[in-house]
Design a protein around this ligand. Structure first.
Ligand code: ADE
Ligand code: ZN
Length: 322
C-alpha cells in the first residue's frame, strides 16, 4: 500500500507553516530581507523548541506580505498536498498576518487565496476551506479584531474560527468574546489545547469556548476522566504526531498517546500542522503510525471518515469528499 495513493482529509494545517522553504527563500530575496537565521544547512527551517519555532514561524510570515504572496503560497501548498493524496483540507488563515486585522485588507487576501484554491481545484481536484484564526500570544484585544474579520467573511469558504499560538499565555476563557462572536456568525470552532499545556487547557476549551474540535488535545491523556468526557462528547482531536515529536512533547511515536486515545473511544484525525518545519507529509505520518502501532488501511479509512464528518464545510461540499 502506498500511503500517497490513499484519499486523505487534513483538518489541521497552518497556511504560513506549510510554506515550502524554497518559496520563502525566494520571497526573502525579492524583498531583500535577511532570513538566513531561519534556515538550517540542509535548506529546511532551523529551530529548537517551541519558543524558537514560533519566532521562525513569524519570520517566515514576515515575507508573506501581499495578497499575491499568499496566492503563490496557496498554489504551492495545494500542489504538494494533492500530490500527497489529500482531497480536502482546511487551513488556518490569520487576519493578523493577512492585512493586520483590517477587514477590507483581509477580504483582499481571501480573494487572492480563494482564486489560487480554485485554480488548484481545477488542476488537481483538491478542495480547500479556510479557518480564520486569532493568535493567542497576540492577546485578547487583537483576537477580537481577528474574530470580527472572521465574522464578516463567514460563509461557505471561511467555515470556522480557531485559535493558534502559544497556549501557555493566558487562559482559553480570555478569548471567549471572540469565540462567542464567531459562533453567532455561524462559524464552527476549534482551538489549540493540550499541546504545550496540560489537561486543564483542554478542560477550559470545552467549558469556556464550546469547541467541536481541538487542535492536538493529546495531553488530555494525563487525565482519564477528561479522556472519558472527550469520548462521550464526541469532540474531535486534530492530532499531529510528527509535530509533537519534533517539538519535544513526546520522544518518539511509540510514546505518543494517539493509539491510547483512539482505544479509549476518542474521535481523532491525523494532520501535519506545519509540514516543512517538521520534515513531514501526511503520508509520512501514516507510515510512522503503521510502523509504530500496526495501523492498516482500514484504520486510515476510519480516520478519514471521521475527518470528513468533522470537517467544517457545508454538507454539499462534504458529499464531494466522503
Ligand atoms: N502555530 C503553528 N503551529 C503551531 C502549533 N503547533 N501550536 C501552536 N501554534 C502553532
Ligand atoms: Zn497547529
Amino acid at each position: 500500500m502506498s500511503m500517497a495513493d490513499l484519499a486523505k482529509v487534513e483538518l489541521h494545517l497552518h497556511h504560513e507553516g506549510a510554506a515550502p522553504p524554497d518559496l520563502i527563500r525566494q520571497l526573502a530575496f525579492e524583498k531583500k530581507v535577511d532570513l538566513s537565521r531561519a534556515f538550517a544547512p540542509d535548506g529546511g527551517y532551523a529551530f529548537r523548541g517551541f519558543a524558537r519555532f514560533l519566532e521562525v514561524y513569524e519570520a517566515v510570515a514576515s515575507v508573506l506580505r501581499t495578497p499575491e504572496d499568499y496566492s503563490r503560497l496557496t498554489a504551492a501548498i495545494l500542489e504538494r498536498s494533492a500530490q500527497d493524496g489529500i482531497v480536502y483540507c482546511e487551513s488556518f488563515l490569520s487576519p493578523d498576518f493577512c492585512g493586520g486585522g483590517d477587514v477590507g485588507a483581509w477580504r483582499e487576501y481571501l480573494q487572492a487565496i480563494r482564486e489560487a484554491a480554485e485554480r488548484a481545484e481545477r488542476a488537481h481536484g483538491i478542495l480547500l476551506r479556510g479557518i480564520a484564526c486569532c493568535v493567542r500570544h497576540f492577546g485578547p484585544q487583537r483576537a477580537r479584531r481577528a474574530a470580527l474579520c472572521a465574522a464578516e467573511t463567514a460563509g461557505d469558504w471561511i467555515v470556522g474560527f480557531g485559535m493558534v499560538g502559544d497556549e501557555t499565555m493566558g487562559t482559553q476563557g480570555d478569548f471567549a468574546w471572540s469565540f462567542d462572536l464567531a459562533r453567532e456568525a455561524g462559524l464552527q470552532r476549534t482551538t489549540h489545547a493540550g499541546e504545550f499545556a496540560g489537561p486543564e487547557s483542554v478542560r477550559q476549551a470545552l467549558d469556556d469556548l464550546d469547541v467541536a474540535r481541538i487542535g492536538h488535545g493529546v495531553r488530555a491523556i494525563e487525565d482519564p476522566a477528561l479522556v472519558a468526557r472527550l469520548a462521550e462528547r464526541g469532540t474531535v482531536l486534530e492530532v499531529c504526531p510528527g509535530s509533537n515529536i519534533a517539538l519535544g512533547i513526546y520522544p518518539d511515536m511509540a510514546a505518543h498517546p494517539i493509539a491510547r486515545l483512539r482505544e479509549a473511544g476518542v474521535k481523532l484525525t491525523v494532520s501535519t500542522d506545519d509540514p516543512p518545519f517538521f520534515h513531514t507529509t501526511l503520508s509520512r505520518e501514516y507510515e510512522r503510525l503503521r510502523h509504530a502501532f500496526g495501523w492498516d488501511e482500514a484504520v486510515f479509512a476510519d480516520l478519514n471518515r471521521i475527518a470528513a464528518e468533522a470537517a467544517f464545510c457545508n454538507d454539499a461540499t462534504r458529499a464531494r469528499v466522503l
